[in-house]
Design a protein around this ligand. Structure first.
Ligand code: NAD
Length: 502
């Protein structure tokens, strides 16, 4: 067995897992009964671990376990007590940051420095929502009839969350923390390609005091384990983070059972640079926007819109900058970009570059790349227009399409000429223009002279093919609760009418 697999197994044991991937159902690590799934280390391209798909039976058990755990959590405990457990989870995550980051780096191929940041952000998510656990309240509404009318915000019950492979522990914490802070219980299915840190997070949460069965993790495939959970009668809402194609299927299955969904999907975000911007800053921002995480980020700045007079200078700066980015082993502290996370995605990204090349793009790539692993060199595609395939479809790799524009109105038109509406940014010295762009560009998140700033306290989400609904911030508290309206008649003679009381 390789040294890396030994390291992986040691890290798994350090966070309370066994030496192979298992689902966590009702507090117990268990094996599924489905088809074999192979986890591959994307740096070595070698199989690391195998496990069976959770399957429908385990998915049903997970939903039933969650349902039984919920009442005691939502009604048998004060909000403050729930908040204290969530603070303990936050501390447990920080205390196990090193093994969690190691697991993520090996299995997702993410640079260890990024994994450490994401683990710290997960701890922050539990601490942030811990603070909300005893502050959720409704309102008193001055209705004209004179009734005392007030609202309660009630938990939904069992929520089913589905997450992708590009930021496994980050998206897990991002959805689990607001769900449990508001009194729900969770069944979560991480990507079958990167399940380990989500199981570890749930296990650490139980060890920190979370009741058994409140968070259950299914390690397995979407069409089997995922579909069975969507259909389970106890599930009251489905939260999906992933591609638009799968999101559509999930939303249709949920709709058939009249279950609401939140969809956090892909993007093709416009990063817009005007000629009055500080070009060195815009260039560093553009690099971070598309090359960090090897471009495997839903908010990646994959379309770089540049004012014509700054186009040549910015492309030159960006192409020179590509050669100083450090590609390498995700476990190496110095590595800035690791491999693409899996073989299927590697084939997709390289296929999109080949297609752009065939369509006549001027393809500029970094000089070198490591010999082994699913590495894609940071790449600039220039010379095509916004209708090109590479400008309209998510590549989800370190590949940026550059599109020149003349003026503000053309920049806005190009930015909005997309099926997506997730994020965007502008680089300019003109504060009025910055605000006009923020107003006009269709995006759930928009940065001014910045990119990829993100925090649990701020809402996140998109429109069109980027999905609907919001995660994080106080918006997530609303997604995970429903308002109940209560009417009390305190009049000496009750106001009873044969029809509406007004
Ligand atoms: P994907 O859609 O292939 O898979 C996402 C999840 O859906 C996985 O857990 C998968 O097992 C599950 N799944 C697949 N088929 C299913 C089915 N029939 N029923 C139920 N579940 C099913 O996405 P991916 O390739 O893992 O992730 C990349 C995508 O995720 C990109 O499009 C990226 O932009 C998007 N993403 C969006 C956000 C956001 O917040 N908007 C965040 C991260 C990633």
């Amino acid at each position: 067995m390789s040294e890396r697999v030994n390291m992986l197994r040691a890290a798994m044991v350090a966070v309370g897992l066994g030496e192979r991937p298992q689902s966590l159902v009702n507090g117990l690590l268990c094996d599924g009964d489905g088809a074999e799934i192979i986890l591959v280390d994307p740096f070595t391209e070698l199989p690391a671990l195998t496990y069976p798909d959770a399957g429908a039976v385990l998915a049903q058990r997970a939903c039933a376990a969650a349902q039984s755990a919920q009442t005691a959590w939502a009604k048998g405990m004060s909000g403050a007590a729930r908040g204290q457990i969530m603070q303990a989870i936050s501390r447990a995550v920080l205390a196990h940051a090193a093994p969690l980051a190691t697991i993520e780096a090996i299995i997702a191929g993410k640079p260890i420095r990024d994994c450490r940041i994401e683990v710290a952000k997960v701890a922050e998510m539990f601490a942030y929502y811990a603070g909300w656990a005893d502050k959720l309240h409704g309102e008193v509404i001055p209705v004209p009839s004179g009734h005392l009318n007030y609202t309660l915000r009630e938990p939904l019950g069992v929520v089913f969350q589905i997450t992708p492979w590009n930021a496994p522990i980050f998206t897990g914490g991002w959805q689990i923390a607001p769900a449990i802070a508001t009194g729900n219980c969770v069944v979560i299915k991480p990507s079958e390609l990167t399940p380990l840190t989500t199981v570890a997070l749930a296990k650490l949460a139980e060890d920190a005091g979370l009741p058994r069965g409140l968070v259950n993790v299914l390690c397995g495939l979407g069409p089997t384990s995922g579909q069975a959970a969507i259909e389970h009668a106890a599930v009251r809402k489905v939260i999906f983070v992933g591609s638009p194609e799968t999101g559509r299927k999930v939303a249709m299955s949920a709709a058939a059972a009249l279950k609401p969904v939140v969809l956090e999907l892909g993007g093709k975000s416009a990063n817009i640079v005007f000629n009055d911007a500080k070009l060195e800053h815009a260039c560093l921002g553009a690099q971070a926007a598309i090359f960090s995480g090897a471009g495997q980020s839903c908010v990646a700045g994959s379309r770089l819109l540049v004012q014509k007079s700054a186009h040549a200078a910015l492309v030159d700066m960006l192409s020179k900058g590509m050669n100083s980015i450090r590609l390498g082993d995700p476990l190496d502290d110095a590595t800035e970009i690791g491999p693409i996370s899996n073989a299927r995605q590697f084939a997709h990204v390289t296929g999109m570059i080949a297609q752009a090349n065939a369509a006549g793009a001027n393809v500029m790539s970094r000089d070198t790349t490591p010999r082994q692993g699913y590495f894609v060199r940071p790449t600039i595609l220039d010379g095509l227009n916004n209708s090109a395939n590479c400008a309209q479809h998510e590549i989800f790799g370190p590949v940026v399409t550059v599109i020149p524009f003349e003026d503000e109105s053309e920049a806005i038109a190009l930015a909005n000429d997309s099926r997506f509406g997730l994020a965007g940014a502008v680089w300019t010295a003109d504060v009025g223009r910055a605000h006009r762009m923020a107003d006009e560009v269709r995006a759930g998140t928009f940065w001014i002279n910045s990119y990829k700033a993100i925090h649990v306290s701020s809402p996140f989400g998109g429109s069109l093919n980027s999905g609907f609904g919001r995660s994080s911030g106080t918006d997530a508290l609303l997604e995970y609760t429903a308002a109940k309206s209560i009417w009390l008649d305190s009049a000496v003679t009750p106001r009873i009418a044969f029809g509406y009381v007004s």
